[in-house]
Design a protein around this ligand. Structure first.
Ligand code: RIB
Ligand code: CA
Length: 327
């Protein structure tokens, strides 16, 4: 199977970093370009973290383009209480990026790449949907120009992480999420919500020590950057470990056969104060036609196998991962 040509839009914090490793070092993805957006951390920190993560994956050649520094209408609220002040677990051990960010704005890149390569590129979004919505204002049909669009966003079971019922990416910029939902079609756009991560992508204590024991630079990096998320998971979510929302979304894009359960539905998003960012899933027979495919379950074993083999440096690319620059 040829590697999947990818554009990744990310607010790089600790789990985005692991998703970038999967995309860049599993051999299943061909990362053409990365765009960044404010979300888990401010834009400058997320851009730096994306550059560092690609470096750890051995892909300093991938251009990174910063995008929107704030949501469409709201004040930026980051998740540094979860991912750390630096977004990467505050370990003090991150290498400096060897490459700088590109001058061209992310929104220009999101618009121009699929025009140059119609139907070829898969877009994976791992942060608030601000860049995508801004691009959609310019090109209403943009999503159809991609081969497929996968978004880590929302919580289809209405169990939230930033509020009782809302997931962070959907909550951070709900107006942007609504713009994307209004342009979406179920054959083109798939959302993987936090409900999938909580059920099928939790790194138990055993998984965490297996990752640590791999002893490769990528495994050490993936383990360390999730340090503060592990504390937050213990104190707040009560899961049996920290979960990996962006990596499981990336795994679905790279290997759709991992999906065990999905549904097509008409989905909107709540904008009001009490329900901000909550998904409104209309399953009535009288509902408008579906606009989205929602992934509901993923193979946990398949996801973890991809994670461990990639971090062990035995992805299918055959790349020698022993001498990673800057790590
Ligand atoms: O809701 C989960 C948060 O952690 C989101 O920002 C997601 O993209 C991940 O980074
Ligand atoms: Ca993210």
């Amino acid at each position: 199977m040829p590697a999947l040509p990818l554009i990744i839009d990310t607010d790089t914090g600790s789990d985005d970093a692991v998703a970038l490793l999967l995309a860049a070092a599993s051999g299943l993805g061909d990362v053409r370009v990365v765009t960044t957006v404010a979300g888990n951390v401010p834009l400058s920190a997320g851009t730096r973290n994306a550059l560092v993560s690609l470096q750890v994956a051995g892909r300093v050649d991938v251009p990174v383009h910063p995008g929107c520094e704030r949501p469409m209408t709201r004040t930026l609220s980051t998740a540094q209480h979860v991912h750390g002040q630096d977004g990467m677990g505050d370990t003090g051990l991150l290498p400096d990026p060897m490459r700088s960010a590109e001058p061209q704005h992310a929104v220009e890149v999101l618009l121009s790449y699929p025009r140059r390569h119609p139907g070829e590129l898969t877009l994976v979004t791992l942060g608030p949907l601000t860049n995508i919505a801004a691009a959609l204002v310019r090109d209403r049909d943009l999503l159809t120009r991609y081969r497929h669009v996968y978004c880590m966003a929302g919580a289809a079971d209405l169990s939230g992480n930033i509020t009782a019922t809302a997931e962070f990416n959907a909550w951070a910029d709900p107006e942007a999420a609504r713009v994307v939902l209004q342009a979406a079609r179920p054959d083109k756009v798939t959302w993987i919500g936090w409900d999938v991560s909580r059920r099928d992508a939790v790194m138990t204590a055993e998984d965490q020590s297996r990752l640590e024991r791999l002893g490769t630079p990528m495994a050490a990096f993936a383990h360390r950057v999730n340090r503060t998320v592990a504390d937050w998971a213990r104190d707040v979510t009560g899961l049996a470990g920290y979960d990996l929302p962006d990596p499981v979304a990336m795994a679905v894009a790279l290997r759709p056969k991992l999906i065990i359960e999905r549904e097509e539905a008409h989905v909107d998003i709540a904008l009001g104060d009490e329900t901000r960012g909550q998904l409104i899933i209309d399953r009535r027979r009288s509902a408008p036609p579906p606009n989205l495919t929602l992934v509901r379950r993923v193979s946990e074993a398949g996801f973890k196998d991809l994670l461990f083999t990639t971090c062990a440096g035995i992805g299918q690319s055959g790349r020698d991962l022993k001498d990673i620059p800057g790590v």
